[in-house]
Write a protein that binds this ligand. Sequence first.
Ligand SMILES: *[C@@H]1O[C@H](CO)[C@@H](O)[C@H](O)[C@H]1NC(C)=O
Ligand SMILES: *[C@@H]1O[C@H](CO)[C@@H](O)[C@H](O)[C@H]1NC(C)=O
Length: 183
Amino acid sequence: MPSLINQVVKLVIFTVLAVNTTWASAQTWAKTTKSGKAHTTTLQFYFHDTTSGSAPTAVQVAQPANPSQYKTGFGIVMMVDDPLTLGPDPKSKLVGRAQGLYGSACQDELSLIMALSYSFVDGPYNGSSISIMGPNQVMHDVREMPVVGGTGLFRMARGYALAHTYSVDSQVAIVGYNVTLIH
Ligand SMILES: *[C@@H]1O[C@H](CO)[C@@H](O)[C@H](O)[C@H]1NC(C)=O
Ligand SMILES: *[C@@H]1O[C@H](CO)[C@@H](O)[C@H](O)[C@H]1NC(C)=O
């Protein structure tokens, strides 16, 4: 019997410790766990890139002298301030914004170079950001991009983002992101 009680006490202590070192946003788009000195955070959100219509969130700021020369839009640069939401529905909860530049960086296929800061506004992540810098071959099912740093809770972060296009039409592309960070 005493050993069973010991087991139960250990289990309770373990559970309390595990709960103490894990926090998740109420809406579960983000989850951080601590193991030793390192934190691991996973983020899941949707990126809404509106390039035309009455309220574009991505605007062209540069293009090559002769844009029609390139079938991939090579040389076109866009400045963006795109909402990041909990779900694919644009009206779902705002969890952050992606601000920065992307440009068409490949002559043979549609591939963008992304140079964006993703800053978050929800729960304990409010005010923290990550920087993504890398290629995005938009026609591929899943693209992997490096996370090169972060601020706030994500200071010194390294990690990667997996992006998958959820939907695309002439005005807006909605892209799902799964991000894994160590910080
Ligand atoms: C996020 O932080 C800012 C600045 O501290 C504050 O004004 C804002 O209300 C916070 N937003 C949420 C959703 O907590
Ligand atoms: C993101 O994670 C969800 C849930 O685990 C999964 O269904 C989805 O396929 C993942 N997407 C990518 C691009 O990894």
